[in-house]
Design a protein around this ligand. Structure first.
Ligand SMILES: *Cc1c(COP(=O)(O)O)cnc(C)c1O
Ligand SMILES: [Zn+2]
Length: 395
C-alpha cells in the first residue's frame, strides 16, 4: 500500500492545508477542499498497464487515493463498472457511438459507494467513532453500510419524503436515522449541530474531501475503458456534483501523469425540471446558483437530484464552462417514460437520474448540440430497482 497523498488544497482560493488530522472545508474561504498528490512520484508505480494487472477493485488506484494503511480500507467490493454500447438506441437517434456506464451494480445499488468506501476508510484512519451526513436518498444507505462494515456508528438525517427503499435500507444498517420535514439543506443543519456538539465526523457532500476521491475513479475508468481517448461528450445527472468534480479532477491528474492529452469531454450536467438550480444558473450565465425554491412547485422523482443549492456550485459551473459543456433539464414525465422505454429497448432499468441523462442526450441530438460522429458517454448512476414507488406506479 502506497499513497502519494501530499496535502489538501482549496478548490476556490487554493489555500493549502496538511491532512494529518480530519479536515472538512477551507478555513479561509469555506470552499470545498481537494486532496493533492505527488503525481510525479505516483506515476512511477502507477501506470495504465500496472492498473490493469491489479484486477477490478477501485483500490487498484491506491497511489492516488488518500488512505495510508491498507488495514484501514473499508470495502464492500467496489469494482469497475461496465460500459455498454447502446447500439440500437444509437441507431435510432443517429449516434452510433453512444455508451452507458452502468453504476447500478455497485455495493448498495448506486455509485455513492465509490465515495463512501474512501470517506469511511479515511474516517477510520483518523479514529472516528461516529460518521454522519444528510442525504436525499442513496448517500445515506451507502454511508450507513460502510460505517457498519467499519464498526462505527452512523447518523443519517433525511427528508421525510425520501424514497421508501432508501429509508428502509438505512434502518437495516443503523438505529440513528432521523426524518425531517424539509429538504436536504435542512437535514444538513441538523448534522452541523451534531458535528459541533457531539463530535460526529461530517461526511456531507463536498464538505468531506474524500468522497470526491472515490468518485473520481469514474474518470480513471473512462480513460481505461476508452483506451485513453476520452469520449467527446459526458452526460451526467448532477445533484451535489461530486461525480462531475471528481471526473474533472481525474482528467487533470491523468494529464499531469502523461496518461491522456489535453482534450477534455464536454461535460453536460443533467437535472430534472423539479429541481434544476444549475440549469437556471447556467442560463443566466451566473457563477453561483440561486437556492431553488420549493414554493416554485419543487418536486422531483429523481431524488438524487434534489439539491436546491449545491454547496460547490461555483466550482461546478466553472467546470461546465471550461469544458464547453452545458446544463440541461428534463421534465418529470419524460424521465418516467424514459425509464420504461429503455427497460424494454435495452434491458436496463435506469434510475430516474440516469433516465434523465439518457433523455437529455436525445433532446440534445435533436437540437444538434451533439453531432452524429461524436462519442457520447451517459451515466446510469444507480439501480432503478431502488425506486419502488415509481415502478409500482407503472404497473
Ligand atoms: C447522488 C446521486 C446523484 C447525484 O450525484 P452527485 O455526484 O452528487 O451530483 C445522481 N444519481 C443518483 C442515483 C444519486 O444517488
Ligand atoms: Zn479557500
Amino acid at each position: 500500500m502506497q499513497t502519494y497523498l501530499s496535502h489538501l488544497e482549496c478548490s476556490l482560493c487554493s489555500a493549502e492545508f496538511p491532512y494529518h488530522t480530519p479536515r472538512f472545508v477551507c478555513e479561509s474561504c469555506g470552499g470545498a477542499l481537494f486532496v493533492s498528490y505527488d503525481l510525479s512520484k505516483a506515476s512511477r508505480t502507477l501506470s495504465p498497464a500496472r492498473v490493469k494487472q491489479r484486477g477490478v477493485s477501485l483500490w487498484r488506484f491506491r497511489e492516488v487515493l488518500p488512505v495510508q494503511h491498507e488495514k484501514n480500507i473499508v470495502t464492500l467490493g467496489e469494482s469497475m463498472t461496465p460500459v455498454l454500447h447502446f447500439e440500437k438506441t444509437g441507431r435510432k437517434i443517429g449516434l452510433p457511438h453512444l455508451y452507458v456506464k452502468d453504476e447500478s451494480m455497485l455495493p448498495t445499488g448506486s455509485f455513492k459507494s465509490r465515495g463512501m468506501t474512501v470517506a469511511v476508510s479515511k474516517a477510520k484512519e483518523f479514529g472516528a467513532h461516529t460518521v454522519a451526513a444528510p442525504s436525499a436518498g442513496n448517500a445515506g444507505g451507502a454511508l450507513a453500510a460502510y460505517a457498519a462494515r467499519a464498526g462505527m456508528e452512523s447518523v443519517l438525517v433525511v427528508p421525510r419524503d425520501t424514497p421508501e427503499i432508501n429509508i428502509a435500507e438505512i434502518r437495516q444498517y443503523t438505529d440513528h436515522l432521523y426524518l425531517i420535514d424539509g429538504l436536504i439543506h435542512d437535514a444538513g443543519a441538523v448534522i452541523k449541530k451534531g458535528v459541533v456538539e457531539s463530535g460526529w465526523y461530517d461526511c456531507s457532500t463536498m464538505k468531506e474531501p474524500c468522497r470526491v476521491e472515490g468518485k473520481k475513479i469514474m474518470g480513471y475508468e473512462v480513460a481505461e475503458q476508452f483506451n485513453r481517448v476520452l469520449p467527446d461528450v459526458i452526460v451526467y445527472p448532477t445533484g451535489g456534483g461530486t461525480g462531475l468534480a471528481g471526473m474533472w479532477k481525474a482528467f487533470e491528474e491523468m494529464e499531469t501523469m502523461g496518461w491522456i492529452d489535453e482534450k477534455r469531454p464536454r461535460m453536460i450536467a443533467v437535472q430534472s425540471s423539479g429541481c434544476p438550480p444549475l440549469v437556471r444558473a447556467w442560463r443566466r450565465n451566473a457563477e453561483t446558483c440561486e437556492p431553488y425554491n420549493p414554493a416554485w412547485g419543487f418536486q422531483t422523482i429523481a431524488s438524487g437530484l434534489r439539491v436546491p443549492k449545491p454547496f460547490a456550485d461555483r466550482l461546478l459551473l466553472g467546470i461546465l464552462k471550461k469544458s464547453r459543456g452545458s446544463a440541461v433539464e428534463v421534465s418529470e414525465d419524460k424521465i418516467k417514460d424514459a425509464m420504461r422505454y429503455y427497460a424494454r429497448e435495452e434491458g436496463l432499468i435506469f434510475c430516474p437520474e440516469g433516465a434523465a441523462a439518457m433523455q437529455a442526450v436525445c433532446d440534445m441530438k435533436e437540437r444538434d448540440e451533439i453531432k452524429e460522429g461524436e462519442s457520447v458517454l451517459v451515466y446510469n448512476t444507480g439501480s432503478g430497482l431502488k425506486y419502488i414507488e415509481l415502478l409500482r406506479r407503472e404497473e
